[in-house]
Design a protein around this ligand. Structure first.
Ligand code: AMP
Ligand code: ZN
Length: 115
């Protein structure tokens, strides 16, 4: 059995997904259970379990995730109408996959605060 986490395996291509963007550092793919017309996940190729496991050495990587999300938002015509970027961290935030991932949600009006 493979002990790599789900998103490590998606990032390396071992598990198929609908990849919409990739470079040396980050991979983005469509969320399998979309919560909005556009729902993408942007993940680092390296395994980091959550924001709690990042450090100052990861500042550039976190910025690259954010930049990829902004580029994807523009490509999906979300810039004008708006969109939301979310990183669920830990149990109370509902994090279900232990590999840091930035949600990009858009294409409909999003309520605030989230549940
Ligand atoms: P979170 O609840 O913030 O940990 O988000 C995890 C997200 O991963 C959820 O929105 C799931 O729908 C999504 N997800 C789980 N498995 C897959 C998969 N195999 N491919 C794409 N998205 C997935
Ligand atoms: Zn991982």
């Amino acid at each position: 059995m493979d002990d790599e986490c789900l998103f490590c395996q998606i990032a390396s291509g071992k598990i198929a997904s609908d990849i919409v963007y990739e470079d040396n550092d980050v991979v983005a793919f469509t969320d399998v259970s979309p919560g909005a017309p556009t729902h993408l996940l942007i993940v680092p190729r390296v395994h980091l379990a959550s924001l709690n496991d990042t450090d100052t050495k990861d500042i550039e990587l976190l910025g690259k995730m954010m930049r990829a999300a902004i580029t994807l938002a523009k490509e999906h015509d979300l810039a004008e109408g708006g969109y939301r970027l979310v990183i669920n961290t830990g149990k109370d935030a509902g994090q279900t996959v232990g590999h840091i991932h930035l949600h990009l949600l858009g294409g409909r009006s999003l309520s605030w605060p989230p549940g």
